[in-house]
Design a protein around this ligand. Structure first.
Ligand code: HEC
Ligand code: HEC
Ligand code: HEC
Ligand code: HEC
Length: 244
């Protein structure tokens, strides 16, 4: 790759202009956020509706905690905290990042440079009016980077119905959706074509199946589809135990 490849659009209002540049067209397709992202992640499955802009808002990982830090649910918050994405912004301050920044001749520290932030934080380049709570860069790549902006789907009644959740902005993730590849691609200065090793020993710069296993945070199988009932039962049992 060319070391000076620029990745994040500094200002979304410039996008139409950039779209005219061939290479930017490609990069924009791979961009994690903004208009193209919504189409890929959010509405591709909503047939007949692909052109309608979906103005879902980002709310921040704190808004997912009340339910997704529960043990019964599978504590996705914990898995994420221990995984690679939580520290994506922090690692822009590492000696390796400073070295990369020097090589690339960045004018600002990597933790403030669009050339790095585009893939190392959530919702980079999204217009401020679509961010309803302050997103902390320190949260790195959080839930909404992969599951979509959460303001509307995070409500209990919506979340517990997968179809309704998707109608309210929850993205469908698969290899084909390209959500991971918006960041896991050769525009990353640390991209290595042999980073991911498949079961058969072959390698790839990114392999969805291998990568998903490395960040797995499932809802326990017996709970999947039944969280609300099981949680209500648990609360009832606790209450009964207390009054005995
Ligand atoms: C008020 C509680 C609550 C909040 C807040 C919440 N969720 Fe959920 N979430 C649920 C419930 C309930 C389910 C369905 C569990 C089950 O399978 O029974 C669910 C399921 C999911 C699923 C799986 C959907 C599927 O296709 O099966 C994802 C992904 C998810 N939540 C992400 C998030 C994210 C990201 C946030 C924060 C933006 C969030 N949730 C906030 C309660 C919540
Ligand atoms: C196109 C998205 C993208 C851009 C732009 C990007 N990164 Fe990354 N970065 C990634 C991904 C994805 C990884 C995980 C490793 C991989 O597959 O490259 C990563 C990993 C890293 C790591 C960990 C190194 C390792 O080998 O695990 C450092 C340090 C880093 N990036 C620094 C930077 C700096 C500094 C910049 C800006 C000059 C930058 N990145 C720009 C996507 C990006
Ligand atoms: C780097 C991308 C990424 C991030 C960050 C991420 N997830 Fe996920 N999540 C996925 C993928 C991929 C799946 C599996 C989708 C599938 O079922 O194939 C998934 C599945 C889930 C599921 C459903 C599990 C099941 O058993 O059906 C829940 C719930 C969930 N995520 C919640 C969260 C929450 C809450 C956060 C933030 C704390 C989060 N995720 C962060 C990519 C991500
Ligand atoms: C918004 C950009 C972004 C998205 C989307 C994204 N990632 Fe990442 N991912 C990163 C960055 C940045 C890192 C490196 C974090 C660091 O060390 O600074 C990374 C690291 C990883 C790693 C560790 C890689 C290693 O070599 O250590 C795995 C595994 C991974 N991501 C899986 C996924 C999967 C699976 C998806 C899609 C479901 C996904 N990621 C989506 C940005 C992203």
């Amino acid at each position: 790759m060319t070391p000076r490849a620029r990745v994040g659009p500094p200002n979304p209002s410039l996008w139409p202009w950039k779209r005219q540049l061939g290479v930017w067209g490609l990069i924009l397709c791979l961009m994690p956020f903004g208009g193209a992202a919504e189409t890929v992640g959010g509405s591709a499955h909503r047939l007949g509706d692909a052109s309608a802009p979906i103005e879902h808002d980002y709310v921040g990982v704190a808004k997912c905690k009340s339910c997704h830090k529960k043990e019964l649910m599978g504590d996705q918050i914990h898995v994420w905290r221990e995984g690679p994405h939580r520290l994506a912004w922090e690692s822009l301050k590492s000696p390796e990042s400073l070295e990369l920044a020097a090589e690339l001749g960045l004018s600002k520290p990597p933790s403030e440079s669009e050339e790095c932030l585009a893939c190392h934080v959530t919702a980079y380049g999204v217009p401020p009016e679509r961010i309803s709570r302050p997103l902390t860069q320190a949260d790195g790549v959080q839930c909404e980077s992969c599951h979509g902006p959460g303001r509307r789907y995070r409500k209990k009644k919506v979340m517990s119905d997968p179809e309704r959740a998707r109608e309210n902005g929850l993205w469908s993730i698969s290899d084909a959706s390209g959500i991971c590849q918006r960041c896991h691609n050769d525009q990353s200065p640390t991209f290595r074509a042999d980073r991911f090793i498949r079961e058969d020993g072959s390698t790839a710069g990114f392999d969805y199946d291998v990568a998903v296993q490395a960040i797995a945070h499932p809802i326990p199988e017996h709970v999947k589809g039944h969280y609300l009932e099981l949680d209500a039962e648990r609360k009832k049992a606790e209450k009964a135990a207390r009054s005995n």
